[in-house]
Design a protein around this ligand. Structure first.
Ligand code: 2HA
Ligand code: ZN
Length: 286
């Protein structure tokens, strides 16, 4: 192997960017992906690192449990559609300092640039998900999923309401995200405030909807994180189509709460009880 582009983790990362583009989730520079590298993956890539690392850049957020970690990140303003053609100009590997509050580029963005504008949210989400999953979660993925965004114009911005609607829109949803999906109200993207709000959701859920914007998911590996994004977006698509097709805007019938409990039992999955027992005042939002 004579290039970092032959390293498996880099190949898989590039593949995931292309998979998201193929779904239509990454118009222009929309969406971003970060991956917290395993030590052996850092070792594999180190040979190809820049001779001189970039300068340390403070993030405005801090996490003790991410000191000294390495992340692969998409570049701010870069198009995910271009990642597979020129990875070296559209993605980077950053190292976090011993204070856990600054990054520096070790490889990539050869024509200049910085990690994704959403790096504060990704970074803080990594910190939360690393803690609550005992180090298992390594991927944070943000996409502009159109049907999830559309539903944020229609449904109340409540985790229980969204989760129930999504669980009831396709039979296997409650098995794929038994904990549910969080919802962050509209906020200016890119800063510390939306990062903190997303983290509050990521304490309980492995996915968080950003109202009128998109979806954040986390996972242990690329397939699981991508599959979660895909499953939630597909459920939102079915819900949107069903509501649009119904003359009342309300589905004529749905998967019932008892059906959900039966699926949980059959698959040995514990569904979030707060969501299962939630009763909406508005009968439209089952
Ligand atoms: O990277 O998606 O939220 C562009 C965005 C910002
Ligand atoms: Zn976005």
């Amino acid at each position: 192997m004579n290039s970092i582009l032959g390293v498996k983790i880099i190949e898989d990362y590039i593949q995931m960017c292309s998979d998201g583009v193929r779904q239509g989730w990454h118009e222009r520079n929309g969406g971003n992906l970060t991956y917290r590298m395993r030590p052996e993956e850092v070792d594999e890539c180190e040979t190809y690192f820049d001779a001189v690392p970039g300068p340390w850049v403070p993030m405005g957020v801090q996490a003790d449990n991410l000191k000294g970690e390495y992340f692969i990140s998409t570049g701010s303003g870069k198009f995910l559609a271009n990642v597979h053609q020129e990875p070296q100009n559209n993605i980077c590997i950053v190292e976090i300092n011993e204070g856990g509050d600054s990054w520096r580029i070790r490889w990539g963005l050869e024509n200049g640039g910085v990690p994704t504008s959403e790096f504060p949210t990704h970074f803080m989400n990594h910190s939360v998900r690393k803690r609550v999953t005992d180090g298992e979660n390594r991927v944070i993925y943000h996409a502009h999923t159109p049907y999830v965004i559309a539903l944020t114009y229609v449904l109340p911005h409540k985790a229980e309401v969204f989760t129930r609607m999504l669980w009831k829109s396709a039979t296997e949803c409650c098995v794929v995200f038994p904990g549910g999906v969080g919802v962050v109200p509209w906020m200016v993207p890119g800063g510390a405030e939306i990062a903190r709000a997303t983290c509050r959701e990521m304490e309980h859920y492995d996915a968080a909807i950003w109202a009128f914007h998109g979806l954040f998911v986390s996972g242990p590996d690329f397939d699981t994180a991508f599959g979660l994004m895909h499953t939630i977006e597909k459920a939102a698509q079915i819900a949107s189509i069903a509501m649009s097709a119904s003359p009342t805007g309300k589905p004529a019938q749905v998967i019932t709460d008892d059906n959900l409990r039966a699926i949980g039992e059959a698959f040995g999955v514990k569904l979030n009880e707060d969501v299962l027992n939630y009763k909406s005042d508005d009968p439209l939002y089952c």
